[in-house]
Every structure is written in C-alpha cells, then in structure tokens.
Design a protein around this ligand. Structure first.
Ligand SMILES: *[C@@H]1O[C@H](CO)[C@@H](O)[C@H](O)[C@H]1NC(C)=O
Ligand SMILES: *[C@@H]1O[C@H](CO)[C@@H](O)[C@H](O)[C@H]1NC(C)=O
Length: 218
C-alpha cells in the first residue's frame, strides 16, 4: 500500500514536471475536473428513496451531494484517488445506498464500528487511514488510534464519505476490477466479488441498485 502511494506520487510529480515543458508559457495550468453528480441525477439514481430531511443519522440527498462529489473528485486535490469512470462512480454511490439504506444510517446497526456511508468495517477503515496522509491529521496520536472509534472520528469531521470512494478504486484487490466497471452486469459482479466481497447473497440487491445508479448519472 505504502509502496503504491509513493509510486503514484512520483508519477504525479513527473507529470507536473513534464507539463512545465509541454505547455506554452502563457497557458494557465489545466484544471481537470471529474463530472459532478447533479441533484436531479442523484434523486433519479435513488429512485424515490432520497430522505426528505436531515435528522440524526439520516441525511438528505441535497446535503449529502457535496460530500459525495468531493469524495469522487479527490484524485485532483491533495489525495491521490478519484473515480474517473461512470462505472466507478456508480459502484461507489450504489454500495453506499445499499449499506446505509439510502443515506438513512451512518453506523451499521449490527456492528456500530462499521460505517454505512464509509461502507467499511473498522479494519478496512484503518487501511484507508493508513493510505491517506491528509486523513491521518484527524488523529493527533496517529499512528496510534482507537480502531473501534475510527468511524466516529470520520463522522465528527465530515470525512465519512471518503473511505468508500477510496476503497472503490484503491482498496486491496480493487484496482483491476474497478478499471473494468461498465454497464455490464458481469463487470459489477466481478468488482463486488474482488473488491467489496459483501457476500454472495447480497449481490442481486447491490446489482439492482448499481444498474439504476449507472443509468442515472454520467
Ligand atoms: C419524502 O416525502 C414524500 C412526499 O411527502 C414521500 O412520498 C416520500 O416517501 C418521502 N421519502 C422518504 C424517503 O421518506
Ligand atoms: C475506543 O472507542 C470505543 C467506541 O467509541 C470506546 O467504547 C472505547 O472505550 C475506546 N477505547 C479506548 C481504549 O479508548
């Protein structure tokens, strides 16, 4: 994981240096942006399940959207991940919808140290924190931290939408299957088995949501 991060930061650095030579001196640096999900698209993607109000752990689609778009676009900010394809964005949004009953729950009902917006159990949240040096700043004691309370710290700091986006493309075993995510059902099932591994009995429900989300966003 650490090796992967340092390789990609080297590539980012090389790309930045190369761009100095390729771009005309007067050109502003290119500002690439990933497509942002619009509220009407998220509402269509959630097919009538958007919570109407933010109360307790329930968050409305309108309030969640900036955090979802921020998580999707992190590749071009300080962190080094990003959901570059429509399939990757749909996989992230649909699994969050599945895990948290469409933004209704933020902590897993059975295991409260698992986040539903972050999509992950504590051990995977720890892998996320270890991979993201910006997020580590949330723990003054890092690398020492209370694993069962990671989800609480992420929620308090409004960082609970980030881990699921990271895992979608950068979690262990995820990058190859994430690269192939498309409108095909097989591509999603391959990704679910190789990356999320939420259990074979959950695949039909996850797939149904994925298809709706995929067709609703760009
Ligand atoms: C939101 O409000 C509408 C209209 O009152 C209702 O039909 C819908 O079921 C509500 N949605 C949720 C998720 O509660
Ligand atoms: C770790 O966090 C959990 C959940 O908030 C809490 O119950 C527990 O007391 C904490 N453990 C330590 C050692 O602080």
């Amino acid at each position: 994981m650490l090796h992967g991060i340092s390789t990609s930061s080297t590539l980012v650095y090389l790309a930045a240096v190369l761009s100095l030579f390729v771009l005309p001196a007067t050109a502003a640096p290119p500002r690439r942006r990933l497509p942002q999900i619009k509220l009407v698209q998220l509402e269509r993607a959630f097919a009538g399940h958007c919570p109407n109000q933010t109360i307790g752990e329930v968050v409305s689609c309108g309030e969640a959207l900036p955090y979802i778009n921020d998580a999707i676009g992190r590749l071009f900010s300080l962190s080094r991940y990003g959901l570059k394809t429509r399939g990757q964005r749909a996989a992230y949004v649909s699994n969050m919808a599945y895990e948290g009953a469409y933004l209704k729950y933020n902590r897993n009902l059975v295991n409260p140290s698992q986040g539903t917006r972050s999509i992950m159990p504590a051990v995977s949240l720890k892998a996320f924190v270890d991979a993201d040096s910006n997020v580590q700043l949330l723990w003054p004691t890092y690398p020492s931290l209370n694993e069962s309370a990671i989800v609480d710290v992420l929620i308090e700091n409004k960082a609970d939408f980030l881990p699921g986006a990271w895992w979608t493309v950068a979690g262990p075993g995820c990058s190859d299957v994430a690269a192939r995510l498309s409108k095909s059902e097989k591509s999603f099932v391959d990704w679910e088995k190789g990356c999320i591994n939420g259990g074979p009995e959950t695949i039909p429900a996850r797939l149904a949501i994925y298809k709706t989300v995929y067709h609703s966003i760009r």
